[in-house]
Design a protein around this ligand. Structure first.
Ligand code: MN
Length: 736
């Protein structure tokens, strides 16, 4: 097909002029020269490029700039950045060029956008790389919030024009949008952009359900309109009588939010009870806006009975993303619930355009100083500053702390604190001070005692109860949600443990002095005997009297006794059936040989497999047992009963399979189990007997028992597993 370049040029200019026109409509302080320059640079840079749809590439940056100007109401720097947003990544233009031509502000934004391009793919098993990208994203966002605004516009346009993408890309982009961009838009108060992003992603990820809902909405369109009119007419009449200047906007909820309701309540479309929402937007003044909203509320609820539990007052306390409105759900005609949203024009602008509108009203001096978005960006900076040993924790923390809804609670002196929904009394204590958290034993909510894990609700007043005897505990990590509390608990526990261990070590020293032992390995043996992870924990237990002198003495006595008994028994008792001598000249035992003269057993203590260096040991009453030469028991056996040991070698190419195992630790990673089993059973073609994964706070321990023919196979496997991201510390184990 021949492309009409002249016509295309005209169309490009037409689109550019439309952008300028719309931009001027929402901002009167634009620097048109800069915008023109950016347009020309982008046009030149992308001139050979086309989009998947075949259209000239420049349509995309123009459209992104238009979203930035029209739907977000942003100014020159953002429009320029939007026009240039793909140049550094996709064309010859460098960041230096941008800085020289457009200055440092634009440069910072373009830099942030370019760095962000890897982004988050929730389905990608390599979660740690994603976490790093996510961190970068948050970092550039905290440098200049416009980075994320332009990125959101970019994403929105890409989602709007995604039909030409291959299916897998559509899915990937949609999941990413639901995972990160829609919550971001929500958090920044860009409600209409958030809703559109969700709906588009919904359309691509769950096409069937999306179609079902949109079809049903279409089918019922006339009925729905009639209903909304019937519902709103009396409200309109009364408001007009009372002299209000207002607009109403009746609508059904978005297909995405209807689908969420269907899923949450597990009901079909027909049973979603509140698909209607009526918006009342009042023209008001800053002085009277609260009163106007509440008067309107009372007019509506005089007419229709409200559900008492569904009143949401974001007029007195705006949402953390700056959203202000009154929401109520009332019983409309025909017994249907209708949500009514009441807000002023100012509140409406903020709800639709987010922080850009915020700034606009702030500049005009009609908004309070506490800019919620600034607060939010500060929180991001704090999260970035706090140490995170696990990249995955970071994403979770940010998602939980920054994107979830917030609740408001009060201290006993009436101070307002904001916490993420789901926060507990313990979160609250740590929010106030780490000392308060460390010694928290519970709280009083409205004079009632509640435990540490009590989930607080908005509006409650909490008094933290403490005890000097209380100490921070690792289990507490399970009952807190805020990043702050988690970090403070970890610090507290570490501090406590170290202090206690020092005490315990001194005590251990004193105990040893009074015991008849000079075993240099005793400490290691005790760690094993008492089944503790390390010496620090052993000392802690000694300090806390969970392990006392008696127990240590007992161990020493038992050890001595066992050793003596074993030696004694073997010395006294004749060996049944076989003695070393009966092997005669055949002084080497060939293992795996079908013509074996002698039965032997593989010793379960070290579980040797072909390839291991081994020896046979003639036991009392249990035939010959095969040990590894470096088996911990072997040293003892070889040293004391050399006459009962037999040389042993493996027969080559044994057809036998031997049970062995590997243990590894690592970072708990998305999809890791399946990758590991895949390597074992598919790539290495080994038979798995059992597999066990334990994950604890992002660290996992895996244990796989499997059948191999020889050590070579096992070494091969270890090599393969070692390069798997997230796996560390592969060890062979002997028993399951
Ligand atoms: Mn782009």
């Amino acid at each position: 097909m021949k492309i009409d370049l002249e016509a295309e040029k005209k169309e490009i200019l037409k689109r550019y002029r439309k952008l300028l026109r719309l931009a001027k409509k929402s901002r009167d302080d634009l620097d048109k020269k800069q915008i023109r320059k950016a347009f020309n640079v982008a046009l030149e840079a992308h001139k050979e490029m086309r989009r998947k749809s075949g259209e000239p590439y420049i349509y995309h940056p123009i459209a992104v700039a238009q979203i930035v100007a029209e739907e977000m109401g942003l100014g020159t720097v953002s429009i320029v950045s939007a026009l240039l947003h793909d140049t550094v990544e996709d064309t010859e233009i460098t960041l230096d060029d941008i800085e020289n031509m457009f200055g440092s502000k634009v440069c910072v934004i373009i830099d942030g956008l370019t760095k962000m391009s890897g982004v988050i793919d929730h389905s990608d098993p390599n979660y740690s790389i994603q976490a790093e990208n996510f961190r970068k994203m948050m970092l550039s966002l905290s440098e200049d919030i416009r980075v994320i605004l332009v990125k959101l516009a970019d994403r929105l346009h890409n989602m709007r024009t995604m039909e030409f993408m291959p299916r897998n890309k559509q899915l990937k982009i949609s999941y990413e949008t639901l995972f990160i961009y829609a919550p971001l838009a929500h958090r920044l108060g860009l409600n209409s952009i958030k809703t559109e992003l969700e709906n588009l992603a919904f359309k691509y990820t769950e096409t069937e359900l999306f179609n079902e809902i949109t079809d049903k909405l279409k089918e019922n369109q006339r009925r729905l309109t009639r209903y909304i009119n019937k519902f709103s007419l009396p409200i309109i009449n009364t408001l007009t009588e009372r002299g209000y200047d207002f607009e109403v906007d009746g609508r059904h909820k978005s297909p995405y939010s209807i689908s969420q309701k269907m899923k949450n309540k597990n009901v079909p479309f027909e049973e979603v009870y509140d698909i209607f929402a009526l918006r009342i937007i009042l023209k008001s003044t800053p002085e009277t806006e609260k009163g106007d909203c509440w008067n309107t509320y009372s007019i509506v609820t005089d007419m229709y009975t409200p559900r008492p539990d569904r009143l949401r007052d974001w007029v007195s306390t705006p949402k953390a993303n700056g959203y202000e409105a009154l929401h109520t759900t009332v019983m409309g005609p025909e017994g249907r619930w209708v949500e009514v949203q009441i807000r002023t024009q100012r509140m409406h602008d903020i709800a639709e355009r987010g922080l850009a509108a915020h700034w606009k009203y702030k500049a005009k001096g009609s908004d309070s100083d506490n800019n919620k978005v600034d607060e939010w960006i500060n929180k991001i900076r704090n999260l970035l500053d706090s140490p995170h040993n696990q990249a995955i924790d970071f994403i979770d923390d940010v998602k939980l702390n920054l994107f979830s809804d917030e609740i408001f609670v009060f201290t006993p002196i009436g101070e307002l604190k904001t916490l993420p929904a789901g926060a507990t009394a313990l979160d609250f204590a740590y929010e106030i001070h780490s000392r308060l958290g460390d010694s928290c034993i519970g709280a009083k909510v409205n004079h009632k005692l509640v435990p540490l894990n009590y989930k607080i609700k908005s509006g409650e007043q909490l008094e933290v109860l403490t005890s000097k005897k209380q100490k921070p505990k690792l289990e507490w990590l399970k009952i807190v949600t805020t990043a702050k509390a988690k970090q403070r608990i970890k610090n507290g526990v570490r501090r406590e443990r170290k202090l206690i261990a020092i005490e315990g070590k001194e005590k251990y020293g004193r105990i040893l002095e009074s015991l008849p032992t000079d075993n240099p390995k005793l400490l290691k043996e005790l760690v094993r005997h008492f089944n503790v992870p390390d010496t620090v924990e052993l000392f802690v237990k000694i300090a806390e009297k969970q392990i006392e002198k008696g127990a240590i003495k007992n161990y020493l006595d038992q050890r001595e006794k066992h050793k003596k008994e074993a030696d004694e028994r073997i010395r006294k008792k004749p060996i049944e059936g076989i003695t070393a001598k009966s092997f005669g000249k055949q002084d080497v035992l060939v293992l795996g040989d079908a013509k074996d003269k002698f039965e032997y057993k593989i010793s379960p203590c070290c579980n040797p497999i072909p390839g291991d260096e081994v020896f046979g040991f003639v036991t009392v009453g249990d035939g010959i047992k095969i040990h590894k030469t470096n088996c911990p028991n072997a040293m003892h056996l070889q040293a004391n009963f050399a006459y009962r040991t037999i040389k042993a070698v493996w027969e080559d190419k044994s057809k036998n399979e031997f049970l062995t195992g590997i243990r590894f630790t690592g970072t708990d990673d998305f999809g890791l189990v399946s990758r590991i089993t895949n390597i074992i059973s598919q790539e290495s073609e080994l038979k798995i007997k059992s597999i066990k994964f334990d994950a604890d706070h992002g660290v996992f321990e895996g244990k796989v028992m499997l059948y191999v023919q020889d050590t070579e196979q096992l070494t091969e496997l270890s090599k393969k597993l070692k390069v798997v991201k997230g796996v560390h510390n592969i060890k062979r184990i002997h028993t399951n």
